[in-house]
Design a protein around this ligand. Structure first.
Ligand code: ZN
Length: 436
């Protein structure tokens, strides 16, 4: 296998970043009638390129297999993500002086969760979204949506037939494209001479620091730092002129880029972020080792907790059928005997089964009826939002649990400050149960 960016040979085991065994695609939710069939599983091994330091999954899946018509992620089901999109649109329209004369293009525009705010301001916009289900919802909102994969060919055609865009944005898409060079070449092709690109992606620095190994899944092809993004953009004559740190997805970066030939002044924040990455050691291969053992400890603690509660006669159910939850549950080998169901707000997931673990996905009504002792929150990045939403469960003494970066237990509806003695309490509980 060769690096997706620079084509350097990736060596096994010398360049392995983490090996999570095998798993089905994280969004391949199963219907009841599919439970008697086998599931396709693929290796989930991540490498670091020794030359350009791009962290990447090794298994190249065909896009149409991963992004099927059954793809069930609708951005608009997360209230905090909608608020994030609305704030971004406020900021970017002012900063780039966007108006009725401008064109905004969003790549992977999903169900129009973001472009709806652009359209509300009377700014022309177009989404690019290859997934039928979400694109249809966006069109119903009046958002022009092109049902294609974004890349150099699409961008050339669009620029020739229509016009170039003043803002091209991609939230959590750069990390999800298999051919990152073709994608970035497309950004350059479709960008107006004085236009700007913004890209948001989870920051690899936080993945390693917080041991967010569950953000690894097949559809997430690259794990990005400012350093690697600058290098990949530069290979296509694009340059980063600003960078922001965002709290989304456990710690993300938003980079602002432009054509090399039309430089806005570079914000001082770019050098500050590069210095922060360098200080953490991201320029050296040693930074990219050691995650495996830390991930295995998280797995051990989660299993000890679930087995301990089962033995004690307590009930634990899951909340949030997110991709990262599937990675965690499959890596840990958790099945319905330890976690009988997961509730999720999306009606598109309810009634289905998680890929691999085959744990049923139900509506929150079931949780209200069953009154479980513990709720394992799988999308830990939404913990505060979910805690507030589950305040009613505090009435029967339910407690919230997250597994990453370390097992954490708190009362439902409680603020983050009221954790029950952090990691100390659960470790003592394990010891009492004979697991640690
Ligand atoms: Zn490389």
């Amino acid at each position: 296998m060769k690096c997706r960016h620079c084509a350097t040979e990736l060596l096994d085991p010398a360049d392995v970043f983490i090996d999570l065994g095998t798993a089905p695609p994280s969004n391949a939710f199963l219907r009841a009638e599919e439970l008697d069939r086998a599931e396709a599983r693929f290796p989930l091994k991540v490498f670091t390129c020794s030359e350009c330091l791009l962290v990447q999954v090794d298994e190249v899946q065909r896009c149409d297999a991963l992004f099927s018509a059954d793809y069930v992620y609708f951005s608009s089901y997360s209230a905090s993500w909608l608020a994030h999109a609305r704030r971004y649109v406020e900021q970017v329209t002012q900063r780039l002086s966007l108006g009725p004369q401008s064109l905004v293009m969003e790549v992977a525009s999903n169900d129009g969760y973001l472009l709806q705010y652009v359209a509300q301001r009377g700014i022309p916009c177009v989404g690019v979204e290859p997934t039928d289900g979400t694109a249809t919802v966006a069109r119903a909102k009046g958002i022009e949506t092109m049902g294609e994969f974004f890349g150099r060919d699409f961008a050339r055609r669009f620029a020739a037939q229509r016009r170039r865009a003043d803002l091209v944005l991609g939230n959590n898409v750069l990390a999800h494209v298999p051919d990152i060079n073709d994608f970035v070449a497309g950004l350059r092709e479709v960008l107006a001479p004085a236009g700007s690109i913004t890209l948001e992606f989870p920051h690899l620095l936080q993945l390693v620091r917080q041991c967010q190994f569950d953000t690894v899944y097949h559809e997430h092809f690259s794990y990005l730092s400012l350093r690697t993004v600058q290098r990949i953009l530069a290979a296509h004559d694009l340059v980063v002129w600003d960078v922001e740190e965002l709290p989304t997805h456990g710690g993300s970066l938003r980079v602002w880029a432009q054509h090399l030939a039309h430089p806005r002044p570079t914000s001082g924040r770019v050098a500050v972020m590069r210095a922060k990455e360098d200080a953490a050691g991201m320029g050296h291969p040693a930074f990219y080792r050691g995650l495996q053992g830390r991930a295995e400890r998280i797995k051990d603690h989660l299993l000890a907790f679930l087995i301990g509660q089962k033995r004690a006669g307590k009930t634990v159910v899951g909340y949030g059928a997110a991709a990262k939850g599937n990675t965690l549950l499959n890596f840990a080998g958790v099945r319905a005997d330890l976690l009988p169901y997961v509730v999720d707000a999306s009606p598109h997931k309810q009634g289905r089964y998680l890929p691999g673990s085959r744990i049923p996905v139900l509506s929150e009504e079931r949780l209200r009826a069953d009154k479980p002792d513990f709720v394992l929150v799988l999308p830990w990045n939404l913990r505060d939002e979910i805690s507030a939403q589950l305040e009613y469960a505090g009435a029967w003494g339910a407690r919230l649990v997250t597994a990453v970066p370390a097992l954490r237990i708190s009362a439902a509806g409680a603020s983050p400050k009221s954790d029950e003695a952090g990691a100390g309490m659960p470790y003592r509980s394990f010891a009492a149960l004979g697991f640690v």
